[in-house]
Design a binder for this molecule. Structure first.
Ligand code: ZN
Length: 165
């Protein structure tokens, strides 16, 4: 199965031309909503007070360039990648949950899943980390996570003592 990679070829854009959102959508074969999102995300408009919106080719190129760089940028410790905004976002603070999973990472660490909500678009956002990362504190009960058998119970210790004596 091949995954169709979405690229917006800047060579399709003429820098000195103006485009409507619709024309950009047709040009890149994308949804009009995507172009509207770009405007929301700060793509420069020729005149924000006029309808329909016009975008200069050169501003469209600049916006896509910034977007590409932002995507490559590593997320901050408290950021999540929002698939809808297509960039790093901090979650709504009261919507963050941190769950410790059973998945082991190396010798002693476990994978943790941090879930949140994008404050800009309301999409669920998620990131993975390790429980060694003290930045995130587990918020969900860790039932079944207790390492049964590793810690000798006091009863067993007593029995061993008795047999030795
Ligand atoms: Zn978002």
């Amino acid at each position: 199965m091949s995954v169709k990679k979405r690229t917006h070829n800047p060579r399709l854009i003429r820098s000195r031309r103006t485009y409507t959102a619709q024309q950009i959508a047709i040009l890149f074969n994308i949804h009009l909503g995507t172009v509207r999102l770009w405007i929301k995300q700060g793509m420069r408009l020729l005149n924000p007070n006029s309808r329909p919106y016009y975008i200069m080719g050169i501003d469209l190129i600049a916006f896509l360039k910034t977007k590409k760089t932002a995507k490559r940028k590593k997320l901050q410790e408290d950021e999540f990648y929002c698939v809808r905004c297509r960039c790093g976002r901090k979650s709504l603070p009261d919507r963050i949950t941190v769950e410790v999973t059973n998945k082991r990472l190396g010798q002693s660490a476990r994978q943790i899943i941090i879930r949140g909500i994008c404050p800009d678009c309301g999409t669920r956002i998620i990131r993975f980390s390790s429980d060694k990362n003290t930045f995130w504190k587990p918020t969900l009960p860790q039932e079944g996570q207790v390492l049964i058998g590793n810690i000798p119970s006091p009863v067993n210790i007593d029995i061993t003592k008795e047999t030795k004596e």
